[in-house]
Design a protein around this ligand. Structure first.
Ligand code: SF4
Ligand code: SF4
Length: 306
């Protein structure tokens, strides 16, 4: 239902898709980024489509299958059949993961597993000297980490106790009260994505209206000044529309933001979407041209900076 935030996953244990060390793109300095599985949006261009569903799933990349047949005997519901490569019937698969454990090439992969915080923390603390020397830390990304406030609150609290800089990348669709009381006290920085100003376009291309997202951003501009960095993903033909960028830039200026970022389009997400059966129909081959990028920057920063 529009405007209602689904908090059901809070009662479930969050799955984590990846824990990626040495990240230079997810905040200041050298960072480790934790990708949570589950998101209230389903953007047609999602760069991490394997992180949209909160439950476990199997990714299958046909091009990596050598048809060795190792996987088939262990599949109880018979979701794997013979063909030139394995024929994978996602509708029959129960995500048990038995096949992925045997697949020698990684063509079949289990996406998402639960980490106890006591298990996850040592991985995050391993690079403490690099964080300290570079001004880095830990970034929670996804998917949408704020869908799991109980787990994330505990994780952030323990990271702060260890003196680590914390950052969350969010789509902005969360219960403000929960975010403010449980997560904000333990966050040094918030990267906050804004996609469209027009509500109908937002709903058409992300699956949800943007009313709560914009209300939350307006609230955070007052609650956490200096800690929120708005970001706009540049999606050719969708968000990278000059009128949309001018509208977002002007809106952010009105809220008092002097700094914001444009995120470059990366076409490499498409193969991941196929592997988890999430082809959305949106396609744009290749990157934005230098001229297109420059026009987007001019429209957006012109409106943001006046
Ligand atoms: S995850 Fe389990 S049910 Fe799904 S294809 Fe693999 S073995 Fe079969
Ligand atoms: S185990 Fe992997 S490589 Fe072998 S047939 Fe199954 S999917 Fe293909």
């Amino acid at each position: 239902m529009p405007g209602i935030v689904d908090t059901a996953p809070e009662r479930r244990r969050p799955l984590i898709v990846d824990v990626r060390p040495n990240s230079l793109d997810d905040g200041p300095g050298i960072r480790t980024t934790v990708f949570f599985k589950g998101c209230p949006l389903a953007c047609v261009w999602c760069h991490n489509p394997e992180a949209i569903r909160s439950g476990p799933e199997i990714a299958f990349l046909e091009k990596d299958c050598i048809a060795c047949g190792e996987c088939m005997p262990v599949c109880v519901p018979k979701a794997l059949g013979r063909g030139p490569a394995v024929a994978f019937d996602r509708a029959l698969c129960n995500s048990c993961g038995a096949c992925a454990e045997l697949c020698p090439t990684g063509a079949l992969k289990q996406v998402g597993r639960y980490w106890e915080i006591d298990e996850l923390l040592p991985h995050l603390l391993r690079d403490l000297p690099f964080y300290r020397n570079s001004g880095g830390g830990v970034t929670l990304s996804g998917g949408e980490a704020t869908m799991f406030p109980r787990y994330v609150e505990e994780l952030l609290r323990r990271l702060k106790e260890a003196g680590i800089h914390t950052l969350v990348e969010t789509c902005g669709l969360f219960r403000l009260e929960t975010f403010r009381e449980r997560l904000l006290p333990h966050l040094d920085q918030i990267y906050y994505d804004v996609k469209f100003i027009d509500e109908a376009l937002h709903e058409r291309y992300t699956g949800r209206p943007n009313r709560v997202i914009l209300q939350n951003l307006e609230a955070l501009a007052g609650l956490a000044p200096g800690r929120v960095l708005p970001r706009v993903p540049l999606i050719p033909g969708l968000t990278a529309d000059l009128d949309n960028l001018r509208a977002i830039g002007g809106y952010l200026r009105h809220l008092g933001f002097a700094e914001a970022r444009l995120l470059p389009y990366n076409p490499l997400w498409a193969e991941k979407a196929v592997s988890v059966g999430r082809e959305s129909g949106y396609r744009h081959e290749g990157w934005l041209s230098r001229e297109e990028q420059a026009a987007c920057e001019s429209a957006f920063f012109g409106a943001l900076c006046g």
